[in-house]
Write a protein that binds this ligand. Sequence first.
Ligand code: SF4
Length: 73
Amino acid sequence: MPGMFIDVRVEDEVASDEKLARKLVEVCPVNIFAVDGSRLRIVEENLDECVLCDLCVQAAPPGTVTIVKLYES
Ligand code: SF4
């Protein structure tokens, strides 16, 4: 099935900030974020569940979290 892939890019200043990382875990309805130790981890296997709700983008400082839409060619 041709489809869209989502990639979530998170700047290091957010990924390494435990408080922000935990906030992202909390806001995402489909568990794309996890915290390992005190660092943010993107749960790759859940990326295709992203509902483009933008809650993660709004939860982080402007420009630090980006949802990238990739299309299968
Ligand atoms: S846009 Fe919504 S569903 Fe997608 S990663 Fe961000 S919070 Fe999760």
